[in-house]
Design a protein around this ligand. Structure first.
Ligand code: M6P
Ligand code: ZN
Length: 194
């Protein structure tokens, strides 16, 4: 940057939905067909339309992935719906650099942040417009939409955190969020394969 320059920001946010505009924004769409093995009820999953969009992520990587001290920013929108009795949700991950923390904040809709620590203790944090969430290091995280409208939340995480999806793919979370009698409830599941 030129000394004393005054410049326009490269990226802007639409304040109504935190949608980003600008160059170098990465858009990722996760459809039913991309989420094999994520949901509990395989039969219900098999009956769904492969092309149905479950969630989309917009990310801004102002520095290269892996940059120590750098930050990334993103927003995620999860559609309303369920696979069987289980709410639509993200894949979920630990960070590859496990001790890395992350901040989430809810923009619209109603959701549940599902967290699991190293000892596989699992808990949920309610998400609603304005809720702010600190995800400590060493804690796996995924988000479910528990409402009837899209859930949108923002996120900020270290550029060198990385995503470790494998562990969740292999071992799952120790609990899943189901709708029972019209309410979200965390139920322990014995899926650990190791
Ligand atoms: C948030 C951030 C992203 C993540 C996204 C979707 O925006 O945590 O890093 O990619 O949620 O979650 P997942 O990658 O687990 O599908
Ligand atoms: Zn994360």
């Amino acid at each position: 940057m030129k000394n004393l320059a005054i410049i326009k920001p490269a990226i802007t946010l639409q304040l109504s939905n935190f949608h980003m505009k600008g160059e170098c924004i990465i858009e990722q769409i996760r459809k039913i067909k991309d989420l094999a093995g994520v949901f509990f009820d395989n039969d219900a999953y098999g009956e769904m339309d492969n092309e149905q969009i479950i969630y989309s992520v917009q990310s801004w990587f102002p520095v290269e992935e892996g940059t120590e001290g750098g930050l990334f920013w993103g927003n995620t929108t999860i559609m309303p719906g369920k696979v069987g009795d289980e709410y639509f949700m993200t894949k979920g991950h630990f960070h590859s650099k496990r001790e890395s923390a992350e901040i989430y904040f809810c923009i619209e809709g109603n959701g549940m942040l599902i967290l699991m620590d190293q000892n596989r203790k699992c808990w949920g944090e309610e998400m609603y417009p304005g809720s702010l969430h600190y995800i400590p290091g060493n804690v796996a995280h995924r988000t479910a939409n528990i409402g009837n409208s899209p859930l949108t939340f923002g996120a900020c995480w270290p550029a060198d955190a990385g995503h470790n999806y494998e562990e969740i793919q292999q071992e799952g979370f120790s609990a899943r969020l189901f709708e029972k009698a019209g309410k979200p409830i965390l139920i322990e599941t014995k899926e650990r394969r190791k």
